[in-house]
Write a protein of this length. Structure first.
Lengths: 356, 665
């Protein structure tokens, strides 16, 4: 097994003051993400690069529609909504997603609302989302490993951990996917299509109906979060404890959550606060359509900074949960997978021996 | 099953236009002069008493109708609309059309509504006949008798929305017949904007209502899902008994109110020179009033019954109503009644956005951003219907465009003239949470007139087709949007002063009467001093689309000059004269007038500099052009720049979507 210095633990809290764990874990998680910029930039690059091909397709579609028209000037200088409507009326495929909801802060509302309402995306976008989740499934092993070790693992170590856990996490993803599907198929349907309809059908005040709907979102959202947390800690335990059985990891995750409910919930709450804060800031800061040239790139740059912050928070979720787990578990003095021990070549060994 | 007639057949069958100035169009009714002391003929007068039973959601009513034959011919029968029987079962024509229109959700058991005649007695000058005794309830396919259901539109024997009653003796022109009717109704859980939810009731087209006897016979259509109503003017004297402490609003003006021993209150309203009567009641209304004043228009007392949860939106409703009264009054003619009631309908009542004489329902939301023209837009639209529907009483079964289309055009104009902010918004989270797009201010010409909706099926139906024969799914696009677009096109073609005079003349000549399409076209020709038949043939008697394009723009060196060729093209079947503007590198321009008939037209110019752009219809006169983007061509287009910018914007949306789904891993 690895040597003690490889555990990477820098905090050993044995004070018994568990109520401060969530905050300390959150701060610890923040530090871990902050000290792993390569991971952040890596996942950002992946997100960016995966979106580029489809954006190029959309661009080609827009360019073809605008052709040599003078309407392009209005679209370049600001928003040419008349042209926009004409385009969407004639568009198909990816072009059909070119709605006003792509502007400014609206994507956040559109996408979160879409996920909570169980809206489906068109096939190409669904395919991309599937690929993106698969990519995260692959990267998760390396990310958790890196954040658990709290020291650079270098690309080799990162991808070795990713590769090692990919098929384990794939099995986990199948289980998670099945559970999420069941949740949308039955729980969501029951909550929104049956219960909500039943209780709101006789209502003659929108305010009350709104409260009911928010309540349904809260129930369904809480269920999603619960499942999400279980799988988060499953991945963490799988990596940190080098578990091979994903069912075992899930059970271990459940045990951990069961034994540390306040810490787990408290930490999730802190992370959620951070997310909501970021979203609120974005609601006010999100730029509009912008103009041509520098303005266009500035809008894009600001948007990418927001997306980078979103990714930071996603890693923050993982890192702080990892920190909480490592801080909380009594037998925590262990490590993730040992660092890669690269065999030294016979020639180098001979040279080393002769020099000695 | 309803099917739209073939467009070409209709175009061929359409009667020739009356062109000459002053030519008299065919009359609907020969004796439609205003009654003495009234504004209208007042030939369908109702005295009614109705009681609402909230526990059973039923109405029990009795009415005395005094009806005068103002047609040129005698009639041997009366015809009544029993609209609520459209929701009696699934076999009515209304329900069948609802299904065809795409609404396949069967109504719940408690949703159905109906109206049953308990007794009907006819009195004429020399005779009295009890046509129907209490308890009468004939089978829908009953053979001819003194009273029977008829289905003049589709022979649907299961439809019970039109009742024909044989008179003891034919009623001669100008003869008055009195009819006493007792009836009971089951209030539906809202169809076609009438019904109840919880303790909110909106009661419309609710009583046995006589059809319109025209010079060529009865015009009493069955109730159809895409259409509305048609009725003669009269005086309505209506007593409505509802639970005490419930607020009530109705057509007309309240003349008395009396509390009853059984815990109810009877409100009596009287409306003169109106052709329908609707009312609403609920304990949850908040009442507010304001008076509309104007230097040259008569004052109007505006009464608003607002939902409690919309407190704070009073001024928005009043401002919009006042805007309609002001602009429609200035443009077309004054609102003559002196009072108007605005109803803010309950959530999920299904009664929003509907017009009735001197009363209309608006519609707003609990969260209603003030940069979005809701409730202003719908309020102006429905208030505007007081002019085109309420006063100029067109046949909505046959020519709904004459009120809906004209009003769509006019309300968009009033919204713009009133300076109401009109930004795009979208609603998320089940439609509850709005987001306003400050970058997108909606344009009257396109958004206000509904170009996006029209573009979805510009060839859906020929507007000259009777509205009740439209395919249910296309009715709105043709009735509202195409009409508004061609009217706005006409405004840009003739100029607003001319169109304004056309519409004002039309309003003045046909107020408190029943005009037909040709009456409007005739006035347009007369006032404009032009034969606009070609235009009405395109926009009204055909379903052809307009689509002009610049096909080619090229400049080549020709000696010292540049020889520029511009090829413009007509891609659609419809024809409209358009300008062709060519702009050259030295800033000079040249404009050609193209009659728009040929498939292509070529213009060649020898100029010192090359052309930089060419545009067909550069002033965007032809708002019906379904593809505006191909109307221009530039030698240095900015499509690369624009497409890059918007692709980057779209990409951010996609990345955000990816991150949102990233939650699951």
């Amino acid at each position: 097994m690895s040597a003690p210095h490889e555990t990477g633990f820098r905090f050993e809290d044995r004070s018994g003051n568990e109520t401060r764990f969530p905050w300390r874990s959150w701060v610890d998680g923040f530090r871990r993400v902050w000290s792993a910029p390569a991971v952040l930039l890596g996942v950002f690059a992946c997100t960016f690069l995966m979106a580029v091909p489809m954006a190029l397709v959309v661009r080609a579609s827009l360019r073809a529609h605008l052709g040599n028209s003078l309407e392009a000037a209005g679209a370049a200088d600001g928003v040419n909504y008349d042209w926009w409507e004409e385009f969407t009326a004639q568009a198909s495929g990816l072009g059909a997603t070119f709605s006003p909801s792509i502007l400014g802060f609206a994507p956040v509302l559109d996408n979160v609302s879409g996920v909570l309402d169980g809206q489906s995306e068109i096939l190409p976008v669904t395919g991309l989302l599937g690929g993106y989740l698969l990519l995260w499934t692959f990267l998760s092993g390396g990310i958790v490993d890196r954040l658990a070790r709290q020291r650079p693992t270098r690309p080799y170590g990162f991808f070795m951990a990713s590769g090692t856990f990919f098929f384990r996490f794939l099995r986990l993803a199948v289980i998670a996917g099945l559970i999420y599907w069941l949740m949308y198929r039955y729980l969501h349907h029951w909550l929104f299509d049956e219960w909500l309809l039943r209780v709101t059908r006789p209502l003659d005040t929108e305010r009350t109906a709104f409260v009911w709907r928010m309540g349904m979102y809260a129930i369904f959202g809480a269920a999603l979060v619960l499942v999400n947390v279980i799988f988060d800690y499953s991945r963490i335990r799988a990596v940190v404890e080098d578990r091979r059985s994903m069912v075992g990891a899930m059970l271990a995750s459940l045990r951990f959550i069961w034994r540390h409910p306040r810490q787990v919930v408290g930490l999730y709450f802190l992370n959620s606060i951070a997310f909501v804060t970021l979203v609120l800031v974005w609601a006010f800061a999100a730029p509009g359509a912008g103009g041509p040239g520098v303005s266009m790139w500035l809008v894009f740059l600001v948007s990418q900074i927001y997306l980078l912050a979103r990714l930071f928070l996603k890693l923050q979720f993982i890192a702080s949960q990892t920190a909480l787990f490592q801080r909380s578990l009594a037998h925590a003095r262990y490590t993730a997978l040992p660092a890669a021990a690269v065999p030294v070549s016979p020639a180098a060994e001979a040279l080393s021996t002769s020099l000695a | 099953m309803l099917a739209a007639p073939d467009a070409q057949d209709l175009a061929v069958q359409a009667p020739p236009m009356a062109i000459a100035s002053g030519q008299i169009a065919a009359r609907v009714q020969s004796f439609d002069q205003p009654a003495e002391g009234g504004l209208s003929p007042r030939n369908a007068n109702y005295q009614m008493d109705v009681r609402l039973d909230h526990a059973t959601h039923t109405l029990k009513g009795r009415q005395t109708l005094r009806w005068r034959n103002i047609s040129a011919h005698e009639t041997s029968e009366l015809q009544f609309h029993l609209y609520w029987n459209a929701w009696r079962d699934r076999d009515s024509t209304w329900m069948r059309e609802r299904w065809l229109g795409g609404n396949r959700t069967p109504p719940r058991d408690d949703a159905w509504g109906s109206i049953d005649i308990e007794s009907l007695e006819v009195r004429q000058a020399n005779s009295q006949l009890v046509v129907l005794k209490p308890g009468w309830n004939p089978a829908p396919d009953a053979a001819r008798g003194p009273a029977r259901f008829i289905a003049p539109d589709d022979d649907n024997s299961a439809d019970r929305t039109v009742l024909a009653v044989t008179l003891p003796q034919p009623a001669a022109p100008n003869e008055t017949v009195t009819v006493d009717i007792e009836w009971t109704s089951k209030v539906p859980r809202t169809f076609s904007r009438t019904g109840y939810i919880d303790d909110y009731y909106f009661i419309a087209h609710w009583f046995p209502k006589i059809g319109v006897l025209e010079d060529n016979g009865w015009n009493t259509h069955q109730f159809h899902s895409p259409t509305e109503f048609y009725a003669d003017f009269g005086v309505y004297d209506v007593g409505m008994t509802v639970p005490r402490s419930w607020l009530l609003g109705a057509s007309g003006r309240e003349v008395s109110r009396a509390d009853n021993a059984d815990g109810t209150t009877t409100h009596r309203y009287r409306g003169e020179d109106i052709h329908d009567f609707a009312w609403t009641t609920s304990p949850d209304f908040v009442e507010a009033t304001q008076t509309f004043t104007h230097p040259t228009l008569p004052p109007v007392e505006m009464k608003l019954l607002l939902q409690t949860e919309h407190a704070g939106q009073e001024q928005r409703h009043f401002a919009a109503t006042a805007a309609a009264l002001k602009y429609y009054g200035e443009w077309f003619g004054p609102y003559p009644y002196g009072y108007i009631t605005v109803i803010d309908p309950a959530y999920q009542s299904g009664s929003a956005g509907m017009e009735y004489p001197t009363l209309f329902t608006a519609g707003t939301r609990w969260i209603a951003p003030d940069r979005v023209s809701s409730p202003e837009s719908v309020t102006i639209h429905e208030a505007g219907h007081q002019f085109f529907y309420g006063i100029v009483a067109t046949n909505e079964f046959e020519s709904a465009w004459m009120d809906e289309g004209l009003n769509q055009f006019a309300d968009a104009r009033a919204l713009e003239a009133g300076g109401f902010p009109d930004y795009l918004s979208r609603r998320y989270f089940g439609g509850f949470v709005p987001w306003v797009f400050d970058d997108i201010r909606l344009s009257r010409a396109t958004e206000g007139n509904g170009l996006a909706g029209y573009r979805l099926s510009p060839e859906g139906d020929v507007p000259a087709t009777h509205t009740f024969r439209y395919w249910p799914g296309t009715a709105t696009r043709i009735t509202y949007f195409k009409t508004a677009l061609w009217l706005h096109t006409l405004e840009r073609h003739l100029g607003w002063p001319v169109l304004q005079r056309i519409m004002a003349t039309y309003f003045d000549r046909w107020k408190f009467r029943h005009p037909r399409p040709d009456d409007f076209f005739q006035i347009a020709n007369e006032i404009s001093g032009q034969d606009l038949s070609w235009f009405f043939n395109e926009v009204f008697r055909s379903s052809n689309t307009f689509d002009y394009a610049v096909q080619e723009l090229a400049s080549l060196a020709a000696g010292k000059n540049q020889r520029t060729s511009v090829v413009v093209q007509r891609l659609g079947e419809a024809v409209f004269p358009v300008d062709v503007l060519t702009t050259f590198a030295d800033g000079s321009t040249t404009t050609e007038r193209w009659d728009g008939r040929a498939r292509r037209q070529i213009y060649v110019y020898d100029r010192p500099t090359a052309a930089v752009s060419a545009q067909v219809d550069p002033k965007h006169v032809l708002l019906l052009d379904v593809n505006r983007t191909n109307n221009s061509r530039a030698t240095r287009p900015r499509a690369d720049e624009a497409s890059l910018k918007w692709a980057l914007t779209w990409m951010v949306w996609l990345q955000d979507l990816m991150l949102t789904y990233g939650f699951f891993v």
